[in-house]
Design a protein around this ligand. Structure first.
Ligand code: ASP
Length: 453
């Protein structure tokens, strides 16, 4: 099979001319890199907002930033976007007067609000891909701009959270097989069956990259970003934590579900189906191998990484026999479901049960939920506890390895740290300690020292 690499470059990798020049170096270093997916320009030293946020701010007349307590008006964002693109064009010394003109026209296009947001949000990727393509051509690299609408990337009309419709895969394959040279593809959006532009959830250019990799049966999906890969623990808290060289999809899934903010999980789903390895690499340190995500690996270590998730609440409910009552777990979880709230874990025992929830998701609903549980389940005890941190050691090497949880628990005991909740994942490749947030820093340090160092 012909080896083909899809490379996706995130916002900081394409934030300015110097960064785009690195992208060119990376692509030309390996002739298999024929498919390039780009994000909108991200933050850099001249603008600490992403172009996508500015565009959303234009679309909402300043409300987008107001909601984040940022005082940037819609007009200022409008000028920031145009200024950004003009700078890219000038600094890369490409012809781009038409790009700025079209962008200006798009930003003024009247559309109903729900469509307008997505259309506007997509413009950063749309025109950045054109800038990159022109620059590549100017550098003598045969390239073609391939828009999602041209390659038949068809999505549902769930605006701001569009889902890819499977017909896309055949369309993408067909279109890309006809391209001579490097395909430059804007990430983050597709076209609905009715012909509207709809974007994926934030960070969704990763998803475009994953879907392109799946469609063309790529041999590798490279995700170029601004960190060296996935670390064994958050390096802001454990500065000496090293990058994990290899991980399975399952491990990254467990780590990313607990605060490892790496990349869009949905991007992995289809790659996993076709066993397409995903490599997370750093545009600013291109010689580093980064992290390779694969289906299988032989573990050299027991614990591969430790994830941390703060701001967890747990609801504790006690009543005799709940654990023996058919349908109780279902009925209780249905209450939470009615509020559209995701639950993390729900350990049960004979007479009680807890439900772990992201506490921010409960804002505005906690009192209602409490009242309903009291009314419908008449518990003997009902408690809502907040400010819990979950620490989750993960690693396929853990399975069948005696004493890992004991070691972990001992490391916390040595620090006099109490564990409120213990859960082992059913696959036996993860476990989760829930503890009071004020212990979290020292608990993470203790676990890291004992399980990883
Ligand atoms: N530009 C979009 C965002 O900021 C998508 C992406 O960068 O992946 O969310």
């Amino acid at each position: 099979m012909k080896e083909r690499i899809v490379c996706k470059f995130g916002g900081t990798s394409v934030a300015n001319a110097a960064q785009i020049n690195k992208v060119k170096d990376i692509v030309t270093m390996n002739t298999k890199r024929q498919y390039v997916v780009v994000s909108a320009p991200g933050r850099d030293s001249l603008d600490d907002q992403k172009v996508t946020d500015h565009l959303l701010n234009v679309a909402t007349n300043g409300k987008h930033f107001r909601m984040q307590n940022e005082s940037i008006t819609g007009q200022q964002s409008y000028e920031a976007v145009l200024g950004k693109f003009q700078r890219l064009i000038d600094d890369l010394a490409i012809d781009g007067g038409d790009i700025v003109k079209n962008l200006e026209k798009d930003m003024k296009t009247p559309l109903p609000e729900v469509k307008r947001l997505d259309f506007m949000a997509s413009r950063g990727e749309r025109y950045n891909a054109e800038v990159v393509c022109r620059y590549f051509k100017k550098q003598g690299i045969p390239s073609e701009l391939v828009l999602p609408e041209e390659m038949g990337l068809t999505v549902t009309d769930d605006f701001a959270n569009a889902q890819v419709i499977p017909v896309s895969y055949r369309n993408i394959k067909k279109k890309l097989s006809s391209v001579e040279g490097v395909s430059i593809i804007p990430g983050f959006y597709g076209l609905t069956e009715k012909g509207d532009i709809a974007v994926f959830s934030r960070g969704g250019s990763d998803l475009t990259g994953g879907e392109v990799a799946f469609s063309i049966e790529a041999s590798l999906y490279e995700n170029w970003t601004d960190t060296d890969g996935i670390y064994r623990a958050d390096p802001r808290m454990i500065p000496e934590a090293k990058v994990i060289p290899r991980l399975t999809y399952k491990e990254i899934r467990l780590l990313s579900s607990k605060g490892f903010d790496v990349f869009h999980y949905d991007a992995m789903v289809n790659c996993k189906k076709r066993n397409i390895p995903i490599q997370i690499r750093n545009t600013n340190n291109m010689n580093s191998e980064g992290t390779l995500i694969v289906s299988e690996r032989v573990p050299e270590e027991v614990v591969v990484g430790i994830a941390r998730k703060d701001n967890i609440a747990f609801i504790y409910i006690e009543r005799d026999g709940v654990g023996e009552t058919i349908g109780f777990v279902h009925d209780l979880l249905s209450v939470i479901k009615d509020y559209g709230i995701e639950t993390y874990h729900y350990p049960t025992d004979r007479d009680d049960m807890t439900i772990l929830i992201n506490q921010d998701d409960m804002v505005g609903y906690a009192e209602d939920i409490k009242e309903r549980i009291e009314r419908e389940f008449k518990p003997d005890t009902l408690e809502f506890n907040y400010n819990i941190t979950i620490l989750s050691p993960v690693g396929i090497g853990m399975k069948n390895h005696p004493g890992v949880i004991a070691e972990a628990a001992n490391s916390l005991r040595d620090q006099n740290i109490n564990i409120d909740i213990i859960i082992q994942g059913p696959a036996q490749i993860s476990f989760h300690f829930g503890l009071q947030n004020y212990y979290a820093d020292s608990a993470l340090r203790a676990l890291y020292n004992r399980l990883i160092e």
